[in-house]
Write a protein that binds this ligand. Structure first.
Ligand code: GTP
Ligand code: MG
Length: 303
């Protein structure tokens, strides 16, 4: 692994209720990024961040542990935290060390007591965060219900970024609301290979519903953009809880590509995003949206 300079490193706490899929997510991210050569599993005792004899035997996390994923010239230190409430000090420590958080919520369990707890930790620290809805392939998975619970019990300031194609045993892909592209997973592949295409006709209604939601949510939090850039294009922002101003955090999206703040005439102090942000925006819509959004958001939180 090459040596990374400090601005190229992100410390991200992966938090959530017990058994919501945090350790599995960290393992999968490191594997898909290519940093980890083995796709491990909690069940088999081979997950990247559950490696102590106790964790392997019990099949849940006890200690805070780090999985590394190198992605687009950035080293992501994914801080896997235990969800079990007995080890909540470890989760708290993880949040304290992090620039941002991924709050993992099970598509079957929804928002649970552990989710609320870690949400409060993130809120106290004021770190930017996004939600990851896990276990979409499980029986009774319900994305809409989870989204509703997040809005009601955690924060109304949440926008959908990707929505599932199918649920439970029928889950087989995702639609990105910014790029308007659909990824349909190829059956039987280990690293989640997919085919990219347009939104399937049978999911157009759902896509329209969530796109509308996306625009309305942004309009509610930011009068400046009124949910779009005036040309019918969405203005994204990563998900965050109360208090913070979305205005500074939201890069524009043009043709599915993020436009870093440095390239926007109206944005003050945008130079911080700099050339690297622009290069990423060139690199591909979906990845650039996430990446630039997090960069901006972290800075906004520090201001
Ligand atoms: N079907 C299915 N099972 C999953 C998925 N993600 C995780 N699991 C399983 O769910 C169980 C819990 O997953 P973990 O990754 O250990 O969850 P965790 O949030 O790290 O749990 P704690 O460390 O106890 O907080 C394991 O048996 C996983 O194999 C998923 O997306 N689909
Ligand atoms: Mg775990």
């Amino acid at each position: 692994m090459r040596v990374y300079k400090t601005p190229e490193i992100r410390n991200v706490a992966v938090v959530g209720h017990g058994a919501s899929g945090k350790t599995s997510l960290v393992d999968a991210l490191a594997f898909v990024a290519g940093t980890s050569k083995r796709h491990g599993s909690v069940k088999d005792g081979t997950a990247l961040t559950d490696y102590t004899p106790d964790e392997i035997e019990r099949k849940y996390s006890i200690n805070l542990a780090i999985g590394v994923a190198e992605w687009m010239d950035t080293k992501l230190n994914l801080i896997d935290t235990p969800g079990y409430l007995d080890f909540t000090g470890e989760a708290l420590a993880g949040v304290y060390a992090a620039d941002g958080g991924v709050v993992v919520v099970s598509a079957t369990g929804g928002v649970e007591v552990g989710t609320e707890k870690v949400w409060d930790y993130c809120e106290d620290r004021g770190i930017p965060r996004l939600f990851f809805v896990s276990l979409m392939d499980k029986e009774h998975a319900d994305f809409e219900k989870v989204y509703r619970q997040i809005k009601q019990r955690l924060t109304p300031k949440v926008i959908p970024v990707e929505i599932p194609v199918g649920e439970g045993p029928d889950f087989h892909g995702i639609i990105n609301l910014f790029s308007k592209k659909c990824h349909l997973y190829k059956k039987g592949t280990k690293a989640g290979e997919y085919e990219e295409g347009d939104v399937p006709a049978e999911y157009q209604g759902r896509f329209d519903q969530y796109s509308k939601e996306l625009i309305e949510r942004i309009a509610e939090t930011d009068d400046t953009h009124e949910g779009g850039d005036g040309a019918g294009r969405a203005v994204p922002a990563v998900l965050r809880g109360g208090g913070a101003d979305l205005r500074d955090a939201s890069p524009l999206v043009q043709d599915g590509r993020a436009v870093p703040r440095a390239a926007r005439a109206s944005a003050g102090g945008g130079a911080e995003v700099g050339e690297r942000g622009a290069a990423h925006a060139e690199g591909g819509g979906r990845r650039a949206v996430r990446r630039t959004g997090v960069q901006d958001d972290v800075r906004a939180a520090r201001r």
